[in-house]
Design a protein. Sequence first.
Length: 139
Amino acid sequence: MGKTIRFGVSLDSDLLDRFDRVCEEKSYQTRSEAIRDLIRNMLVQREWEEAKGELAGTLSLVYDHHHSGLTQKLLEIQHEVHDVILSTLHVHLDHHNCLEVLVLKGPADKIKTLGQKLISSKGVKHGQLGLTTTGQDLL
Ligand code: NI
């Protein structure tokens, strides 16, 4: 961990006012903590873009389990890459709809491919891959 550096930022006062309001709404104690989070988000975003190394994330899927063959297909896709799926949660939302949440950790390309395969499966109504970092390279 490096030493703490102070630096000045020049910006429009209206922009700063808006930033301060959001910081207050989000319960940040100081601007510095909010800016540190923004920088971390940018670095995580960069990690996804570079798609190298190990990532962690969650994938949520909403689908109708009555859709022909869908449940079986989703299971088969998951078993092909079982090593990157740490946990799954299945909730029966109503008579038709299921919500499935997968917790993932592994090589970025493998996680992204899995997300694309599941989300694009016919009958999946909504899917969202939320990538984050394993945290090992962030301070
Ligand atoms: Ni279900």
